[in-house]
Design a protein around this ligand. Sequence first.
Ligand code: FES
Length: 123
Amino acid sequence: MKLEVKWHKLFETMEEAIQTVPTNTLYSLRIEMKKICISNTKRGLAAMEDACPHKLIPLSKGFVNEFDEIVCVWHKYCFDTQTGYELTGKNIRPVRVYPIEEREDGVYVGIPSKAPKVDEFSY
Ligand code: FES
């Protein structure tokens, strides 16, 4: 089953995006009842659900480490901004990630109409 993706404009320009989310920072916003964490690292802008899959702490309260990973502020689990996978070997499901596109008229994030299925891991 193919998920329908709805695109939402985040910023009018990439310059506005970078001003709002400077390099190595995190930014939280809400789109249609979903909390989204926008990150800006050397790998570019990325979007993921703003909830650590461990205890649902907002990932936007964390920080970007030297490997361009998002580190949860509470137990320091590290997440890949592109895949959502935890990178220190914890047995936990990945964070949901959302595509970002720069278009002529702005910077958009694509949110599936239903939550994408992610691999389930035991805790
Ligand atoms: S709540 Fe994020 S690592 Fe535990």
